[in-house]
Design a binder for this molecule. Structure first.
Ligand code: 2HG
Ligand code: ZN
Length: 494
């Protein structure tokens, strides 16, 4: 299916020599200890191999690296902050030919802030934190908010269509990108750095590079949307009677506070127990233990007192109707930070514990409560001691449904016995409820083969056609996102 242009495979020495000539010796790493952090994923679950790591400092250098690798049949794995939970940003472990990791962290310049057009133009290696700060310095908000914002990079956020805790209000990365510059697998540069909110001149090519996890091109720069900076926020934690009660409370919040509802995060009892176990100095915000809680955040340009009153109104209505069992409103910025810390640390608490089965699913809000109930029952039927770490961005229909090993069972045993059956059950139930098996974390390697069960033949064939059109040699981030193509059925001639 693929037609290599190169006559014979190149050696690691050839690769290093050629790439050093492009990026300079300091920016071409070759020693095993230097390569290690770039070939090992964030959780240490995927460890690949690379001939070299290159750290280009310009789009031109990325283009030259790609052109050389294309001409010589060398695999390139693009990488940002390497925070993927899906193994999407590291090379394959058993690759047939040596790979080059192309990390964008040196391309970390904010190129322009336009407060009339409300846009931010930056290189792909700018961290999300730095992008948010650049917006803030200009009196604006760049609203993407995810736990890894200190290390993840804008290029990776674009390539994975990152989501996070403010999607309910502002959308995910796809909604926040106006323009993209990307280097194609053959080294050509697609220059789409336009800051337009309307542009109907044919196919929206930038969308090819958003969410395709570096399999079609390497994002090198982008134009992002800026939003007005909220002047006030109000945060509360509420214990709710059930997932269905949480959905009903969200309805109340939207009715009462409208657009101001910025985050609505679900937290299960076992998720709170786990995180408090690690955050030794943080106490539970509730006297009693509850099975389900939600963190609600309102933000707006109004006064803080006004927002607090609105949130109190939502909580009181919830208490009156029995949706809410207990609630606590943050009395200060420090309180709000603690509430958010509890929520944000759940992911790391699982990493530290080990033995977590990550199912990052989304389901229409109208069916999400039933999905959680059914999936919980299915998991507990398989292993009743499983800790149900269920949490996440319920407001936008996305839950991190992450069954965790029982405390006394080694991670390896638990995963060997239950990874397959549990993820298959949970994904199938999400799919049956009209949902997605990967809401915001992408596909990478972890979910690649599962796609063949949940995408139609037409969808998979289109994905491969696009991949083959842009990367006919299959050199850019191979082994990610696309499950191996199934041979087309032989159709009998009429
Ligand atoms: C979050 O919302 C992240 O905390 C990580 O998306 C989720 O670790 C996870 O499964
Ligand atoms: Zn998340």
């Amino acid at each position: 299916m693929t037609t290599p242009l190169h006559a014979s495979p190149v050696s690691t020495d050839d690769i290093v020599q050629a790439l050093t000539a492009i990026v300079g010796p300091q920016a071409c790493l070759t020693q095993a200890p230097d390569l290690k952090p770039f070939v090992t994923d964030y959780r240490g679950l995927y460890v690949g191999q690379a001939a070299a790591v290159v750290l280009p400092n310009s789009t031109q250098q990325v283009s030259q690296v790609m052109a050389w690798c294309h001409a010589h049949g060398v695999v390139v794995v693009p990488q940002g902050g390497n925070t993927s939970l899906m193994g999407g940003a590291v090379p394959e472990a058993q690759a047939s030919s040596p790979a080059v990791v192309l990390n964008l962290r040196r391309m970390n310049q904010v190129l322009a802030v336009d407060t009339v057009n409300d846009t931010l133009t930056l290189q792909a290696g700018v961290t999300l934190n730095a992008a948010r700060s650049a917006a803030e310095d200009a009196g604006r908000l760049f609203p993407l908010r995810i736990g890894s914002e200190g290390s993840c990079q804008i290029g990776g956020n674009i390539s994975t269509n990152a989501g996070g805790t403010a999607v309910l209000r502002y959308g995910n990365m796809r909604d926040l990108v106006l323009g993209v510059e990307a280097v194609l697998p053959d080294g050509r540069i697609y220059s789409g750095l336009r800051g337009l909110r309307k542009d109907n001149t044919g196919y929206d090519l930038k969308q090819l590079f958003i969410g395709s996890e570096g399999t079609l091109g390497i994002v090198t720069a982008a134009v992002l949307k800026l939003m007005p900076q909220p002047t006030a926020s109000s945060v509360a934690l509420a214990a709710v009677a059930s997932p269905a009660a949480a959905v009903a409370l969200l309805g109340e919040a939207k009715k009462t506070a409208g657009q101001a509802v910025t985050a609505f995060e679900l937290i299960s009892g076992p998720a709170l127990d786990l995180v408090l176990g690690y955050l030794g100095n943080v106490k539970s915000p509730f006297e009693a233990r509850h099975d389900w809680m939600v963190l609600i955040e309102l933000t707006s340009g109004a006064s803080a007192e006004g927002l607090d009153a609105t949130l109190m109104q939502v909580l009181e209505a919830g208490l009156d109707s029995g949706l809410v069992l207990d609630a606590t409103l943050a009395q200060s910025g420090a309180d709000a930070q603690t509430f958010w810390r509890i929520r944000e640390e759940i992911s790391d608490a699982q990493t530290r514990t080990g033995g977590s089965i990550k199912c990052d699913v989304s389901v229409p809000l109208s069916r999400i409560a039933a999905f959680i109930d059914e999936a919980t029952a299915a998991v507990l039927a398989l292993e009743p001691q499983t800790r149900m770490i269920v949490y996440g961005h319920m407001g936008d229909g996305n839950v991190h449904f992450n069954p965790l090993r029982p405390a006394d069972r080694p991670a390896k045993d638990y995963l060997a016995a239950f990874y397959e059956p549990i993820s298959r059950q949970v994904d199938s139930l999400a799919h049956a409820a009209g949902g997605s098996i990967s809401a915001e974390h992408g596909v990478g390697v972890a979910k690649r083969d599962d796609l063949s069960h949940y995408k139609s033949d037409v969808e998979l064939a289109l994905m491969w056609q696009i991949k083959n059109a842009l990367d006919p040699q299959g050199l850019l981030n191979p082994g990610k996102v696309l499950p191996a193509p199934v041979a087309a059925p032989v159709v009998a001639q009429a």
